[in-house]
Design a protein around this ligand. Structure first.
Ligand code: 13P
Length: 234
């Protein structure tokens, strides 16, 4: 079971340090064994010491170079970062990144041996077309991605469930995860409005191997409560 928190464009460097410390204390005190990951903004990267893996929300697929506004491998190496989110819906749909760029990032960071949390998810209009259209949409987001990569984690995050307080029903989540499981051996996380009050139901579903959480994990207390829930059902 993996419980990951995506801070998006929230939290300063100091707030991230405080969060990391709170989580570390909680994990040690409560002997939490579920895998924990956090994705702070790039400005808050640091050399963290603890069990919780710190990953980057995005990076450009180069070691360094003339790519204004981006960070590359060398900036990540400085902090020992070896985990990356690729394909988050906000990068695809808000920042307009193409599947070709996702594949380029995937291949570059795979080559570097990174753990890759690769996100997929459909917008509402696709879901409304039915399951066949939905699966075809997800398949297109997996195109060009090596699903046998050993350090791959998939995060299924329906776009319409992100930051809205809406989630698919438990049956719908299980159906999609089970369909994905037919082609993916890696852990499959669910993301999209996971909160303390729905984590138990979602994490207990077949083929849900954890969660990728935004707003519901922005407070370290909430993240820790979700860790406790995950620990109780893993
Ligand atoms: P919310 O948990 O705020 O819906 O965000 C989910 C997400 O995008 C995590 O990557």
């Amino acid at each position: 079971m993996i419980i990951a928190a995506n801070f998006k464009t929230f939290k300063t460097r100091q707030e991230t340090l405080d969060y990391y410390r709170d989580v570390k204390t909680f994990i040690e005190k409560n002997e939490i064994t579920v895998e924990t990951m956090i994705f702070p903004p790039a400005t808050a990267l640091n050399t963290f010491k603890g069990k919780t893996v710190v990953g980057v929300q995005n990076a450009y697929p180069v070691a360094n170079g003339a790519y204004t506004g981006e960070i590359g491998l060398n900036q990540l190496k400085e902090f020992g970062i070896e985990t990356i989110l690729i394909g988050h819906s906000e990068r695809r749909h808000v920042l307009g990144e193409s599947q070709a760029l996702m594949v380029q990032k995937f291949n570059f960071f795979k080559e570097q041996g990174f753990t890759i949390v690769y996100c997929i998810g459909e917008p509402l209009e696709v879901r409304e077309e039915g399951n066949e259209a939905l699966m075809a949409y997800l398949d297109a987001q997996l195109e060009g991605i090596d699903l046998n990569y050993e350090d791959l984690v998939i995060a299924y995050e329906p776009v319409w469930a992100i930051g809205t307080g809406l989630t698919p029903s438990a049956d719908e989540v299980e159906l999609i995860h089970t369909a994905l499981r037919q082609k993916i051996k890696s852990p499959i996380l669910y993301g999209g409005s996971v909160k303390v009050n729905n984590a138990k139901e979602l994490l207990a579903l077949n083929n849900v191997d954890g969660a990728l959480i935004g707003s519901g994990a922005l407070q370290s207390e909430n993240y820790c409560r979700i860790l406790e829930i995950a620990e109780s059902i893993k």
